[in-house]
Design a protein around this ligand. Structure first.
Ligand code: MN
Ligand code: MN
Length: 467
């Protein structure tokens, strides 16, 4: 064999993975930048699942979507949204084919790891006021100290009203934080493992230090001063914390990263980067062949539990109502449907390359990453998409000029993770994971490549029109 024959053979037979920037057209480059600019706004303005739902409903209404009315007849091209308890939202564009022919479901989650307030959070110690927290989702606790945090959520009052809270996002707002021990006195702490260095019970939020001006022998003057401020602003007393959902998230705004501005740093890319990539093309969709859904779920970070998580029968209920109004059989609809589980994956980080299998990992700027299976310890907990399903997606993405790659979360037995995929598969829906590779996943500040964000959106757009 000659050298040139060998080269041809390599070209013919070997899988040719290319950096996405080597395949990007000028037109795509412009669309990439404008898409990422829009995403940056979303990720800044919707930091919790409730805020994401409000944001999405607003955007959907502007795009001509209306709230789903189960008594109204469905016609192709109808654009609907359905909110579940303010924390998850389903959007649909009704297709030309009957529901029994199956649907295209893109499912992402809009909750992210954070610090939730305990039911009875406020206390005073050493004449400073603090909130007790219970972390939500998988976090490295030490990462959440000594950074500015904002507080988001709701206060549900006994008169039936609900007050929204958001403090710390406006540059003029105060912020909050968890203190950390100074290095000078940290000899013992520094000997501990990263897991033990900062305990869950130490994730207390500093919220005030100015005492009320009364007799200095009085107790809890700082705590009472904080409560007085809250009472003046929201009309609440300490008991009202018992029915509140307040959480602390990083207050840093999303920013472009790198001299070349090729990346985006933000809190909660997992999974709002995929949620937005599902949403944006759906909002622009007009009467597709198959009915297309964008499901934005809550509670993925704690196992997709609860009434607003992807395990909830709220999904079946909605599908049942849609099927009933067109006389379609629900189970046939589900079994003919395809789900794209839209969730982030780990990007190869050269600083920690020992946990990645370089032949089977996602790389930044190589496009949306497909994951045939997730899970851990021998694929435990994975739904494991079939070869036939993966082939369907390969075909759809290749036809649409999507730059995509395939990878596992990390090395075998290095750890693992899950997504909503298995809960969709359990419903007899063929499901495949595909999403954006992320650096520093679950840290207060996560990094993604703009090219991957854009290619993920293109992939989901192609999915909505998949055969
Ligand atoms: Mn996720
Ligand atoms: Mn996650």
């Amino acid at each position: 064999m000659t050298e040139s024959e060998y080269k041809d053979l390599r070209k013919q037979l070997l899988l040719d993975s290319k950096n996405g920037y080597d395949q990007l057209s000028d037109a795509n480059r412009a669309e990439l930048e404008s898409y990422c600019k829009d995403y940056l706004r979303f990720v800044n303005e919707a930091k919790t699942e409730r805020e994401a739902v409000d944001w999405v409903v607003d955007a959907a209404r502007k795009a001509g979507f209306r709230e789903y009315d189960p008594t109204a007849a469905l016609t192709p091209g109808d654009k609907l949204y359905c909110v579940n308890r303010g924390k998850s939202v389903s959007l649909a564009v009704i297709g030309k084919k009957p529901l029994e022919d199956g649907t295209r479901i893109a499912a992402a989650h809009i909750d992210s790891p954070r610090l939730d307030l305990k039911p009875n959070p406020l206390y005073e110690e050493a004449e400073m006021a603090f909130f007790k927290t219970h972390y939500y989702g998988g976090i490295k606790k030490y990462q959440w100290t000594a950074i500015p945090l904002s507080i988001h959520g709701v206060l549900a009052l006994t008169d039936g009203s609900t007050l929204k809270v958001s403090i710390g996002e406006d540059p003029g707002d105060p912020v909050f934080c968890v203190t950390d021990l100074l290095i000078h006195l940290a000899q013992e702490q520094m000997k501990k493992t990263l897991a033990e260095g900062v305990s869950g019970e130490n994730l207390n939020i500093l919220v005030g230090s100015r005492p009320l001006a009364v007799d200095s022998k009085e107790k809890d003057r700082v705590k009472l001063a904080v409560l007085l401020l809250l009472h003046e602003k929201y009309g609440i007393t300490e008991e009202d914390f018992l029915s509140a959902e307040l959480c602390l998230v990083p207050a840093m705004p999303a920013r472009e990263v790198g001299f070349d501005r090729s990346m985006i740093g933000a809190y909660g890319h997992d999974d709002r980067v995929c949620a937005y990539a599902c949403l944006a093309p759906l909002l622009a969709l007009d009467a597709p062949e198959h009915t297309a859904f964008c499901l934005l779920a809550d509670k993925e970070e704690i196992g997709s539990e609860g009434v607003t998580g992807m395990q909830s029968e709220a999904f079946e209920y909605l599908m049942q109502q849609l099927c009933a109004s067109t006389g379609a059989d629900l189970r046939r609809c589900l079994s003919n449907s395809v789900c794209l589980s839209a969730d982030v994956t780990a990007a190869l980080d050269p600083a920690y390359d020992s946990v990645f299998d370089k032949h089977n990992c996602a790389r930044m700027n190589y496009g949306v990453s497909l994951c045939k299976y997730t899970g851990s310890r021998g694929k435990s907990g994975a739904s494991d998409a079939s070869a036939e399903v993966v082939a369907r997606f390969r075909r759809a993405f290749s036809r649409s000029g999507v730059c995509w790659q395939m990878g596992e979360l990390g090395k075998v037995d290095a750890g693992g993770g899950g997504t909503v995929a298995k809960y969709m598969a359990k419903r007899n829906i063929d499901t495949l994971d595909a999403g954006v590779p992320v650096l520093s996943m679950h840290a207060p500040w996560e990094i993604v490549g703009k090219l991957d964000c854009y290619m993920t959106m293109k992939a989901y757009r192609a999915f909505y029109g998949m055969d």
